[in-house]
Design a protein around this ligand. Structure first.
Ligand SMILES: Cc1cc2nc3c(=O)[nH]c(=O)nc-3n(C[C@H](O)[C@H](O)[C@H](O)COP(=O)(O)OP(=O)(O)OC[C@H]3O[C@@H](n4cnc5c(N)ncnc54)[C@H](O)[C@@H]3O)c2cc1C
Length: 351
């Protein structure tokens, strides 16, 4: 079997890369083992335009949002599902210092921060601390719907191989690559943390971060907002909510930990006034980079081998934009944003 492009991984990045290539009329085959604890299957799916204690706008957010909205709507149309919803965040502040940092940003004219003047209604559900601010627009992606829907689409169109990709069976030749009985013009690695085990990319400055979340059931809490304090409480359908997350740079394993469960339930116990029940505890490792910028492009020495990875904490906003940019680069030779282009590591990758 010959395809134009072989894609390893069907998380958020492999989904969008295959989507744009198929849309451009290319024949692709995606190989994915469907790991249930891949970060794309553990993430809550938030696109939050502000970040950090200083409440700064996230990198390229305006451009990313402009692209993400129609991208999720378009792929949703193909799948017959609504995949993106505007779900504002309510940020609760526990100290005067936090409240004043947010007020400062509001007064400086942030496009995304809003006032929450009246917290009376929220006091039925939460200890509202010293006050709150809103963040809007904020988007919530139905990742389960996206990943399972696109997986089915790929399978129905003979574009999916549900198996573990073994790099030992990959052979590079003059015209492209072969993998077992398959041949392709190029191969793209979209397989998260696994990509960095391969000789091609192991010199890239990755910095994995472990994240955990609880899935809880709460009756009576409106699914209209994301609620944020030390953790985020994110609508998860029916009466369920996703509660997370942690960011650990040093970790022994990728398994759910007692420490996180204890910390999360302690935050909930002091913040959420409604009774809740923990029904699941999940964890995964984010494919992050030291510079917090993605890795996009073709290997400087091996033009048949490419990567779309390093999405870190922001796969939902970065993946659609950079998948499209990579496809435009391959098909129309357009340029890749320099901060994301793996050519910035040309020297390291060529050594
Ligand atoms: C707790 C948590 C919360 C998060 N919340 C958010 C959020 O709200 N918003 C946001 O934007 N981001 C969030 N993220 C980050 C986001 O999940 C990642 O940026 C994103 O999922 C990375 O997607 P990916 O497709 O690059 O990699 P992955 O999700 O790792 O996908 C890789 C795919 O490749 C497959 N694979 C790997 N190796 C092989 C192999 N050898 N053979 C076959 N298949 C293979 C895996 O099974 C998987 O399906 C969160 C992450 C965590 C852990």
């Amino acid at each position: 079997m010959h395809v134009d492009y072989l894609i390893i991984g069907q998380g958020i990045t492999g989904t969008f890369l295959s989507y744009y290539l198929i849309k451009a009329g290319k024949k692709v085959l995606v190989i994915d083992d469907g790991k249930n604890d891949a970060p794309s299957r553990v993430a809550s799916g938030i696109i939050n335009p502000v970040t950090g204690r200083r409440v700064v706008e996230t990198w390229m957010i305006e451009t990313l949002l402009d692209h993400a909205q129609p991208a999720y709507e378009d792929i949703g149309e193909v799948l017959g599902k609504r995949l993106i919803n505007d779900v504002p965040i309510i940020n609760f502040h526990t100290t005067e210092q936090m409240l004043s940092a947010w007020n400062d940003r509001l007064n400086e004219g942030s496009d995304y921060i809003t006032c929450v003047n009246n917290t009376t209604e929220l006091e039925r559900f939460f200890d509202t601390g010293v006050g709150a601010h809103g963040v809007s627009p904020t988007f919530l992606i139905d990742l389960a719907g996206l990943l399972s829907g696109w997986r089915q689409y790929l399978a129905d169109n003979n574009c999916l191989l549900k198996e573990y990709f073994d790099i030992q069976s990959l052979v590079k030749n003059r015209d492209g690559v072969t993998y077992k009985e398959l041949s392709a013009e190029k191969i793209f690695f979209c397989n998260g943390t696994t990509s960095f085990q391969y000789d091609y990319f192991k010199k890239l400055p990755f910095a994995f971060s472990k994240g955990e979340a609880l899935i809880i059931e709460v009756d009576g809490l409106p699914q209209t907002n994301i609620y944020k304090q030390a953790l985020s409480i994110v609508p998860y359908g029916d009466n369920k909510f996703w509660v997370g997350s942690s960011f650990e740079w040093n970790f022994k394993d990728d398994l759910p930990s007692t420490a996180f469960r204890e910390k999360a339930t302690s935050v909930l116990d002091s913040w959420l006034k409604l009774p809740y029940k923990v029904i699941e505890h999940r964890s995964s490792v984010r494919p992050a980079s030291m510079e917090r910028r993605p890795f996009v492009g073709l290997h400087p020495l091996h033009s048949t081998v490419g990567i779309l990875n390093g999405m870190g904490t922001k796969g939902c906003s970065l993946a659609p934009y950079f998948a499209n940019q990579l496809v435009e680069h391959i098909l129309n030779c357009s340029s890749i944003t320099p901060e994301a282009d793996i050519n910035r590591f040309r020297k390291i990758l060529s050594a």
